[in-house]
Every structure is written in structure tokens, then in C-alpha cells.
Design a protein around this ligand. Structure first.
Ligand code: OSB
Ligand code: MG
Length: 380
């Protein structure tokens, strides 16, 4: 595949309602989309960085910087025999996994289209209908949260994840568990606690949670191993795990019993495939995390979720939970039994609504080779 051009766009999209986590609240998303033209086809990727460096170190703007000043100029004009060779091409750039993932995943989409196969097949996926859960933001009070849970269960979702933080944890989980004694329920703290909170976190053991996601520091696998030894609930790591080495370290230290894989956090499909394979070998279930993606990131998440290691429902849910209008068609839909049927058409399986993307675009950079010279066209 020859990388003929790379187009970066920043789009603005407003979530239907604000989403609150332990690190802050977001409603207005600033999303970077990457379009790679390779051998005549357009592949699309989404950068899943947040607006602020609160979940991890990357932001919309750091990704824009790294893509504009380093990744895109070094890649345009290059040829690559397989998408899985992409990480080697960018290995000189440390970190910035979400920025890299935007380009890598676009190449996977392009490659699948060139081969005429759906992306999930091209990745080696085997699951044709993926199980879906939802992630519910922090609410004002337990009653409001119970109401939300009820709605999501009515839509068919197979697992409910509650965001928690100190002061908005025990009572909220207790209220939901009391109302719904049988459901698959988990919590996600996004690093809001520390080891001194171990006995408090232990109190959540009584709710028979499927898992407790990333209770401690975003970069501390070791501390999680100390906590896992003190609680019955399975810890699931999210923020801590950026690559397969991290996953293997966490497994060896018994820092978690489940791992959440997010494409952006692990730098793209190549590393995600390796990680789920390594976890499967060690008997550690994985599931697909979400980053409030537009339809493009969502389509990539769906394709990844078909790999055999993904044995738990992911945070991959319907477009309409987030957006009044998504940028892909058809929009991502969830069946009454809480599943998404994986599309069978070549590439992502969802068409990008170009006109709508143009309307939402607030800045753009186009990198293309012209007579052997790299040109960058910037607008707005
Ligand atoms: O920790 O999984 C997380 C959203 C933004 C940042 C971090 C997380 C989340 C979610 C939302 O939980 C999942 C989604 O619905 O996309
Ligand atoms: Mg999480």
C-alpha cells in the first residue's frame, strides 16, 4: 500500500447529555479524524484522545501536534506491505498511542477495502454478533442512577458499568444492586482512589460486581497488585495498560483478573490483536472499552470486539445514546438482546457521511506528495 495522502480533520460534536467521570465532565467533543488515501481507497481512523489530559496524557491538541508535525509528514509517500508493519514505522515516536492509532486504524480499513473483505475478518475476528454493555456517568443521586439503569436494561444491554468516585460510590452501587439483584454490574473509578482506601473498596465486595475498573493511579500496576490481594472483586485495568508488555506485567503481578482494551490507548489494531491473544493464553478475559467515539471509532471498536479473546460485553453501544446524528450510515444499532451484528461489507462496514463531516470540520491539514515533494495544505 502506498500512502498517497493523509487528511487530518478536527470535528466538533455535542453529546446528547454531559458525561461525568471521576476526572471531569464532558459534553462538547473535539474529535480528530484521519483519512488515509492508499492505492486509491480512503481508509478512516479516529483519534480517541479527550479534550483535556485527565484520562491519559494525550489531548485533541497534542494528537493534532504529533500528527501534523511528526506522523503525517514522515508517512506520506511511504509504501507499506501490511498494516501490521505500521508500528515499526513509527517506533521512534514515544507514546502518543492515540495519535498513532488514528493513522494505523485508517490503514487497516484501507487494506481491508483493497482486499474486499470486512475489517473484522481481515483482523482475524470470529464473533459475528458482539455483546454490548453501557457505561453510565456519575449522577446527582442514587435514584437518578437507578432510573438510567432501568432504561438501559429495557434497551437490552447485557452489562451495566457505573462510574464512581469517592463520595459517590457505595450508596449508588447499593441502590442499583438492590433494585437489580441479578444483572451483570461493574464499576469504574478512573484512578480516583489510593491504597489507603483499600478497606473502603473492600466494602463493594458485597455487591457481587463483575469487576472494579482502574481504582488506583493511572500509571501504577504494582499498587493494583497490592489492592487485588485485599479485595474479592476482580480488578480490571484500563489506564495502566498501553501495550502487551504492560498486560503481561499486570498478569504476572496479579494486579488484575480482567483487562479492558481500547484501541487508542494501545496504539491501534496491531497491538490490540497481540494483547488479546496474550491475555487469552493466560486465561484473562478482555473486553472493548469506549472513549465516547463517533461512528468511525465505534466501527473500529466493533471490528476489534470480534477477536476470540473478547469474552465479556464491551462499552460499545448504539450511536443514538451519544449523538442526535452520527457521522456514519447506517448509525450503529443495538438489537433487543443487547448485541451488535457485525457488518459484512468491505472495510469498516459503515459509510462515512462526507458532507456531514465537512459541516462539522473546524480545521483541516492535508499532506500529499506532489512531484515527489511533500506539501501540506492547511485551511481554516
Ligand atoms: O474509563 O472507560 C473509561 C469515557 C471517557 C474516558 C474514559 C472512559 C470512558 C467511558 C465511556 O467509560 C465509554 C463509552 O461509552 O464510550
Ligand atoms: Mg475505564
Amino acid at each position: 500500500m502506498k500512502i498517497e495522502s493523509i487528511t487530518l480533520r478536527e470535528i466538533r460534536m455535542r453529546l446528547k447529555s454531559p458525561f461525568e467521570t471521576s476526572f471531569g465532565t464532558v459534553q462538547d467533543r473535539r474529535i480528530v479524524l484521519v483519512e488515509v488515501l492508499a492505492d486509491g481507497v480512503s481508509g478512516w481512523g479516529e483519534v480517541t484522545a479527550g479534550e483535556t489530559p485527565a484520562y491519559n496524557a494525550e489531548t485533541t491538541d497534542t494528537a493534532w501536534h504529533v500528527l501534523t508535525d511528526f506522523l503525517a509528514p514522515s508517512l506520506v509517500g511511504k509504501s507499506i506491505s501490511n498494516a501490521w508493519e505500521f508500528p515499526a514505522l513509527v517506533s521512534q515516536i514515544r507514546g502518543h498511542e492515540m495519535a498513532k492509532s488514528g493513522v494505523e486504524n485508517a490503514l487497516w480499513d484501507a487494506e481491508a477495502q483493497l482486499k474486499g473483505v470486512p475489517l473484522y475478518k481481515h483482523l482475524g475476528g470470529t464473533i459475528e454478533e458482539i455483546a454490548c454493555g453501557v457505561s453510565l456517568g456519575i449522577r446527582e443521586n442514587p435514584e437518578a442512577l437507578v432510573g438510567r439503569v432501568e432504561e438501559e436494561l429495557r434497551s437490552g444491554y447485557q452489562r451495566i458499568k457505573l462510574k464512581i468516585k469517592p463520595g459517590k460510590d457505595y450508596e449508588f452501587v447499593a441502590a442499583v444492586r438492590k433494585e437489580f439483584p441479578q444483572i451483570r454490574l461493574s464499576v469504574d473509578a478512573n484512578s480516583a482512589y489510593n491504597l489507603d482506601d483499600a478497606s473502603h473498596l473492600q466494602s463493594l465486595d458485597e455487591f457481587d460486581l463483575l469487576m472494579m475498573e482502574q481504582p488506583l493511579s493511572w500509571d501504577d500496576i504494582y499498587a493494583h497488585s497490592k489492592l487485588q490481594a485485599q479485595i474479592k472483586t476482580a480488578i480490571c485495568l484500563d489506564e495502566c495498560i498501553h501495550n502487551t508488555r504492560h498486560a503481561l506485567t499486570a498478569i504476572e503481578l496479579k494486579a488484575c483478573r480482567i483487562i479492558n482494551i481500547k484501541l487508542g490507548r494501545v496504539s491501534g489494531h496491531t497491538e490490540a490483536r497481540l494483547m488479546q491473544e496474550a491475555c487469552r493464553t493466560h486465561g484473562v478475559p478482555v473486553w472493548c472499552g469506549g472513549m465516547l467515539e463517533s461512528g468511525i471509532g465505534r466501527a473500529h471498536n466493533i471490528a476489534m470486539s470480534t477477536l476470540p479473546g473478547f469474552s465479556l460485553p464491551g462499552d460499545v453501544s448504539a450511536s443514538q445514546r451519544y449523538w442526535s446524528e452520527d457521522i456514519v450510515e447506517p448509525a450503529v444499532e443495538v438489537t433487543a438482546r443487547g448485541t451488535i451484528r457485525v457488518p459484512k461489507t468491505p472495510g469498516l462496514g459503515y459509510a462515512v457521511k462526507r458532507d456531514f463531516v465537512e459541516q462539522l470540520t473546524v480545521r483541516r491539514n492535508v499532506f500529499a506528495t506532489e512531484r515527489g515533494e511533500l506539501s501540506a495544505v492547511r485551511s481554516r
